[in-house]
Design a binder for this molecule. Sequence first.
Ligand code: GRF
Length: 298
Amino acid sequence: MFEQLQKKWKVNSLQLALILCTFAIGGSATGFAGKKIMNALAIGQDWLWTLVYILLITIIWPMAVILISIPFGQYSFFIKYIRKIGNKIGIGEKSQEPEVMSRESGVGTKEIRLAIFASGGGSNAAKIIDHFHSHPAVKVALIASNNPNAGAFAVAEKNHISTLFINKKVFFSENSYINELKSTKIDFIILAGFLWKLPSVLIREYPGKIVNIHPALLPKYGGKGMYGHYVHEAVIASKERESGITIHYADELYDHGKVIFQATCPVLENDTTETLAERIHALEHEHYPKIIEQVLKG
Ligand code: GRF
């Protein structure tokens, strides 16, 4: 039940505990204040007493939880929560944000929900999350990895994003993780340093909706074994004067699929694998989030 609440409210376990405390204390404070005021009013008739009491606690409760949320550091959660209730019962102010609603609400334009698949450090995942942080129509809803120690999981935790660990057997021979993607209502998959070839079942579920980034100018320096430092080593060994990044749709083959975007950078005389990797990473961080946004706009 607690896990479901965490997912629903997109909070970590500490925040969930603080939110529940706020609800509990807010509820008790409302009851206490309500009774005090009712005693002072000394209303005789039962029906009137009940009516006034209900009205009173309806007014006191939001104020109480908002006040109590402040020392618990949960003000922004509760202000949104109360506004949402207000909107539902038709007394809230209209949101200033554009009308982009999630699928759950079933109203307005559908929000696009992204899953990022990452096996390594997760620096691209972090940039993508930052880019879409307060985007009105796109949300990074899930971080998936085949590596339990992936840096991307730490990035997910910091940003309160749900995570999904996929082991090899599940990825290549079961569909349970696809069910998970579906139940999380994922619309689009972003590969950001994900090292496994994609099974056809996944491609079929997300046709034209999976993009990948490769740290070289494809079709050169791609394919099996061409990842991370191996790519840059090969580029330097071939005395290339130029390298770059390729963003492309993913298919069942490694580093294959229609190219969406490429950007280049020089390979310098004294470049090492590390210095080139750094230049390429900077290029990825600059372009990947923006290109994803363009792809999503169609
Ligand atoms: C990037 O260089 C990307 O091109 C490749 O894997 C690397 C991931 O880096 N596919 P990071 O984990 O995002 O830092």
